[in-house]
Design a protein around this ligand. Structure first.
Ligand code: 3NM
Length: 207
C-alpha cells in the first residue's frame, strides 16, 4: 500500500454547517493523504451516497479512500479498502470478501490484538486511543504513548496513532515513534481545516 502520514477520518457532527466534501477537500489541500469515511449512524443508502461523493474527491487528488465497517459499500464504490474494529468480521473473512488487492486496517488497543492483526494479514493497524477522546462512544481507556513504543518494537506492518491527538500533543506521539497520525475532531472540527493540516505536516516533517 502507498505510504501515508496524515490520516483524516470524517466526523460530520463536528461541522454541522459545512458540507462533508468541502471539509475533506480542505483537509487534502492541507496535506491529508488518506481519508476514511466513518458514519456509525446513517442508513446504508446514505453511507453509500457519501462514499460515492468521497470517492470522486479522493480520485481527483489520487489518495486512498477507506470505508469504516461497510465492506459492501467499499466494494460498491471501488474504495481502496476498509477499516474494521475488534468486533467486526474476522480479518480472514474480510480478506475473502474484499480481495487481496484492497487495504484492510484494523483498530487495536493492545499488543495481543496488534500481533493477531499482523498475523492475519492486516495492511495497517490503528493504535489507540492514545489520549482521551469524545469521538468514539465505545472507546476503551487511553492506552497512552506506551502502547506506541510497544508496537514500534514488536510489530512490522504500518501503524497509525489515533485518539485524542491534537496539535498541542502530537509531538509526544511522534517522540514515542509514530510516523503516521490520524484524527477526527482536531481536523474536521477546525475553523481552518487546511491550516491545521498544514501545521500537522510541519510538525511531522520537523522530527
Ligand atoms: N478510533 P479524535 S479513537 C475512531 O482508539 C477512533 O481505535 C479510536 O477521534 C481507536 O481524533 C477514535 O477526535 C476517535 O479523538 C478519534
Amino acid at each position: 500500500m502507498k505510504n501515508f502520514r496524515l490520516y483524516a477520518i470524517t466526523g460530520e457532527e463536528f461541522h454541522p454547517e459545512r458540507d462533508l466534501i468541502d471539509v475533506m477537500e480542505q483537509a487534502i489541500l492541507g496535506g491529508v493523504d488518506i481519508i476514511q469515511l466513518r458514519d456509525k449512524t446513517s442508513s446504508k443508502m446514505v453511507v453509500l451516497e457519501k462514499a460515492k461523493r468521497l470517492k470522486a474527491l479522493t480520485d481527483q487528488y489520487h489518495i486512498p479512500l477507506i470505508i469504516n465497517d461497510h465492506i459492501d459499500v467499499a466494494l460498491a464504490v471501488d474504495a481502496s479498502g476498509v477499516h474494521v474494529g475488534q468486533d467486526d468480521l474476522p480479518l480472514e473473512e474480510v480478506r475473502k470478501i474484499i480481495g487481496k488487492d484492497k487495504i484492510i486496517g484494523v483498530s487495536t488497543h493492545q499488543l495481543t490484538e496488534a500481533k493477531k492483526a499482523e498475523a492475519n494479514g492486516a495492511d495497517y493497524i490503528g493504535v489507540g486511543p492514545i489520549f482521551t477522546t469524545k469521538s468514539k462512544v465505545d472507546v476503551v481507556d487511553p492506552v497512552t504513548t506506551t502502547y506506541i513504543s510497544e508496537v514500534v518494537s514488536e510489530i512490522s506492518i504500518p501503524f497509525v496513532a489515533i485518539g485524542g491527538i491534537k496539535l498541542h500533543n502530537v509531538q509526544q506521539v511522534i517522540e514515542a515513534g509514530a510516523t503516521r497520525v490520524c484524527m477526527i475532531s482536531e481536523i474536521v472540527g477546525a475553523s481552518d481545516v487546511k491550516g491545521v493540516c498544514q501545521e500537522f505536516i510541519r510538525i511531522l516533517e520537523r522530527k
